[in-house]
Ligand binder design. Sequence first.
Ligand code: DGL
Length: 269
Amino acid sequence: MSNSNNIKNQPIGIFDSGIGGLTVLAEIERLMPGENVVYFGDTARVPYGNKTSATVRKFSVENVLFLLEERVKMVVVACNTSSALALDYLNNIFRIPIIGVIESGVDKALAVTSGKIGIIGTKATIESRAYQRNIVKKNKKIEIFSRSCPLFVPLVEEGLTSGEITKKIIQMYLENFKKKKIDTIILGCTHYPLLKKEIAKYLPKVNIIDSAQEVASHAKGVLEHFRLANDKKAKGNKKFCISDEPKNFTNFAKSFLKRTISKPRVINV
Ligand code: DGL
């Protein structure tokens, strides 16, 4: 086998603080079924969304170092918090392509909006203003509204993606967006696509930007650009690694991906 084929066969590395990045994995699997993937969910240290940027950077570097041990050919930072606080830092340190979720979400939002965008994310993501900066850099005329939604991650982690409590919390966080008549909302956290149905019911006719979908097509473009795409017809191998609690993770992954998964390897962080 030639050297370039060897590289193409190397896996894509994906990391998140926990289960949220599985929304990105699902899209990558759908778009590039032949790719091998190593998924790392830092379940011992979730949530990242209420930590300082120094801590999120440290965790993110460690996650990439772990994925490099798995010989990944590129890294998808499937976590908005890490993307907001650590992506540039990672790209200054490492030489393989590393992409985050923010830019792809912003590009899609700008393509569909008529001028009023709402952004939701973890406290750290919203306070970093990474989305706001990215939007303004590309279009100064957009009206931007943002809101951190710290209760969304625990709701998703507890499987409470519908029902009365969830509806009330969605209303509490998104009421102002409704009043302001936003036309587009960016789900700026990879856990949030799991609340998409309920968010769509509360904000009908609003474009919902799912960063998971957008980053998968960005990843495909990057692999093609660097001639790293695996064009094999056979389904790629998916390996799961986590830092704590394999049972919860496995149950969630099975129900979300609607299939069985290989036993996750628990690694020390
Ligand atoms: N999934 C992470 C994100 O996209 C957030 C979860 C967390 O707070 O760790 O920001």
